[in-house]
Design a protein around this ligand. Structure first.
Ligand code: SF4
Length: 333
């Protein structure tokens, strides 16, 4: 059974989102077969200006692919991505390069995303020069300013990435993203490669920078505790699809989708306000090459109904900003 389109309704006169993703789909050909792997499946997602949205799910659920498609680091197969009203997927060449500075990506592993043969001054200064954001004679002072913003001193300027710790490298990656004065940062597991003690420092830095530079974040992570700490709203992905989204406090207090509840159970977080009983997540995430029909979570769902095997659930609104794709709620359950 096909899935009905369910675009997020917008209140007339409401401020349009800074980032508006509709029907985003990414398929990859599977080598030595004619099959395709659908990594992202008709994703709808909005980010309001100044908001931090956490995109969570197990490894392999398509969240990083979705983030990369939003910036066209990889090309989506279908869908639309609008940023400040501009259709990003329609931009080409120089227009795309110029526009893309408003959106930056911070990677999980800063070491692999920083050219090991470039000194920090070049790594950060490159984009400032390309986009002509400062007169030539002011670029070095601007780099020093950016290093200071992320908690590094000017002694970092002439050093190479391998001379820094993981946390320092991530700070350099963040400084490089900030160099082009973006409005939106997609942070893809930005702290998961770091020691726990360093994770908190980098998260606090990201929070400070958001206030200081009026940034908007899409924060991609498998770590619910981290997402809870930093996000205003959380969107949960499973097998390429968004299955639940809600304000952070609502999602953690009253998770509705059986998958969200299972995720929370598999990563216990002390929370006396949580009222639901969670079931631990069993089984493996299925392949996106041949996803289960109906609700793609049904083979792992402890609450599956007969219809879940063939009917794709559509969105049900449970409260302000709280939407879930699950037949339990379409029935009023
Ligand atoms: Fe479980 Fe059915 Fe809801 Fe899917 S739609 S999460 S299988 S109850």
């Amino acid at each position: 059974m096909g899935e009905a389109r369910d675009p997020t309704p917008r209140t007339p006169g409401a401020t349009p989102p800074l980032l508006e993703v509709r029907g985003l789909t990414k398929e990859f050909p599977v080598r030595s077969s004619r099959a395709t792997l659908r990594a992202v499946d008709r994703l709808d997602l909005d980010l309001a200006t100044g908001e931090t949205v956490g995109l969570v799910g197990e490894s392999g659920c398509g969240k990083s692919t979705a983030g990369r498609c939003c910036l066209r680091l990889i090309e989506p197969t279908a869908g639309t991505v609008r940023f400040a009203g501009v259709d990003l997927l329609a931009l080409r060449g120089g227009d795309l390069r110029r526009f893309r500075r408003h959106l930056q990506y911070v990677f999980q592993d800063p070491y692999s995303s920083l050219n090991p043969r470039m000194r920090v001054a070049e790594l950060i200064g490159e984009a400032i020069r390309v986009h002509r954001l400062r007169p030539k004679q002011q670029v070095r002072a601007r780099i020093i300013e950016l290093l200071d913003v992320v908690g590094l001193g000017p002694d970092a300027l002439d050093r190479y990435p391998h001379e820094f710790s993981g946390g320092q490298r991530q700070r350099i990656g963040i400084a490089r993203a900030l160099a082009v004065e973006p409005r939106l940062i997609i942070a893809d597991e930005p702290v998961s490669a770091l020691d726990v003690s360093v994770q908190a420092q980098v998260l606090n830095l990201l929070t400070d920078l958001k206030q200081r530079f009026s940034l908007t974040y899409l924060f991609i992570s498998h770590n619910l505790a981290v997402v809870r700490h930093i996000s205003d709203r959380v969107a949960v992905m499973y097998l390429g699809r968004l299955v639940e989204e809600a304000p952070t406090a609502t999602l953690f207090a009253t998770p509705a989708h059986p998958y969200t509840r299972a995720l929370l159970a598999s990563e216990p977080i002390p929370d006396p306000s949580r009222r639901t009983i969670a079931t631990p997540l069993a089984g493996e995430i299925p392949s996106g090459v041949a996803p289960p029909p109906g609700c793609c979570f049904h083979p792992r769902c402890p609450e599956a109904l007969a219809e879940c095997r063939h009917a794709v659930p559509t969105n049900t609104t449970l409260g302000a900003g709280h939407r879930v794709r699950c037949h339990l709620y379409a029935r009023g359950g």
